[in-house]
Design a binder for this molecule. Structure first.
Ligand code: ATP
Ligand code: MG
Length: 137
């Protein structure tokens, strides 16, 4: 069984669609191994998205990710990383396939509703960023 990290971003939390998004995961055989709501600081968001530090959109990304609370989850299931990415849809909601989370709940490439780990290796790092071992059950 593989695990992956998901973040329901501030736009989706503000829209009150946390339950609808969580249902997408559970209805597609991804189990919730951990879940919590928190408000990221700029330092948290900068560290989490450090790979994008040099990108022109980095400042806006950090600003957006700290604009309101987020819900962070560890999803578990067969091919959880790839399955979650499939359920999320393309980074730009305008390019996301019909029926994906981003197509249905996101407005723009900045406010794109969810984050998902992009490899099993990054998933391990990202899970450890948010959760202690005893919080995974
Ligand atoms: P995430 O990492 O949030 O799951 P992703 O893996 O689909 O999204 P990345 O390339 O890792 O996309 O980019 C991280 C985030 O940075 C995106 O979710 C998006 O909000 C923002 N972003 C990416 N590319 C752009 C861009 N060209 N313009 C503005 N924002 C962008
Ligand atoms: Mg990414």
């Amino acid at each position: 069984m593989e695990q992956t990290l998901s973040i329901i971003k501030p736009d989706a939390v503000a829209k009150n669609v946390v339950g609808k998004i969580v249902d997408r995961f559970e209805s597609n055989n991804l189990r919730i191994a951990a879940i919590k709501k928190l408000w990221l600081t700029s330092e948290d968001a900068s560290r989490f998205y450090a790979v994008h530090e040099k990108r022109p959109f980095f400042k806006d990304l950090v600003k957006f990710m700290t604009s309101g609370p987020v819900v962070v989850l560890v999803l578990e299931g067969e091919n959880a990383v790839a399955k979650n990415r499939e359920l999320m849809g393309a980074t730009n909601p305008k390019e996301a396939e019909k029926g994906t989370i981003r197509a249905d709940f996101a407005e723009s490439i900045d406010a794109n509703a969810v984050h998902g780990s992009d490899s099993s290796e990054n998933a391990l790092t990202e899970i450890a960023f948010f959760f202690a071992k005893k919080e995974l059950a």
